[in-house]
Design a protein around this ligand. Structure first.
Ligand code: HEC
Length: 138
């Protein structure tokens, strides 16, 4: 719960004041609603369209497979795996290579040729690959 003694600045005093205004039952409902919102936004980003995935696969076959593998698993030491990566993460990285915010001798050039739609499709393709993880015995 929010500890109003710990919150010293004006904005937090205001937030703590608003929070303390609600009775406990309403606070529980508010917490429930915020969890629901987080869950729904996760669901939203997990819904990959089949068309995007297929278009992404076709693009990956010609533009990415050599280094990242069509399954997103690479055999090269300096190339990261992409399979199962979160769609939004891949989009952000490809946009960053394209804009110059993130620089790499190969990826910066490759990203130049990708449209917004290509980026969404490729991210959908690599995110749609199911991966499983096994922790070591100890
Ligand atoms: C010539 C080899 C090569 C090709 C082809 C290639 N990549 Fe890469 N990719 C790399 C390397 C090397 C890196 C690591 C770059 C770095 O350190 O920033 C990388 C990094 C990335 C990353 C960042 C991953 C992370 O974990 O942050 C993404 C996303 C990515 N590539 C997507 C693609 C996509 C999509 C394509 C096809 C359009 C593609 N790459 C084609 C070599 C390649």
């Amino acid at each position: 719960m929010i500890d109003s003694n710990r919150l010293s600045n004006g904005r937090n005093d205001f937030l703590a004041g608003v929070w303390n205004f609600f009775p406990n039952r309403i606070r529980l409902i508010l917490i429930g609603i915020s969890y629901l919102c987080v869950a729904l936004s996760c669901l939203g980003s997990a819904q990959l369209s089949a068309d995007d995935i297929q278009a992404g696969k076709r693009k990956a076959e010609v533009a990415c497979q050599t280094c990242h593998g069509i399954d997103g698993l690479t055999t090269m030491a300096m190339v990261p795996n992409l399979s199962g990566q979160r769609e939004d993460y891949t989009i952000i990285q490809l946009e960053a290579y394209r804009s110059g915010k993130r620089q790499h001798s190969q990826m910066s050039i490759i990203a130049q040729s990708l449209s917004d739609q290509d980026i969404r499709n490729l991210a959908a393709w690599y995110a749609s690959i199911q991966i499983s993880v096994t922790l070591p015995d100890q």
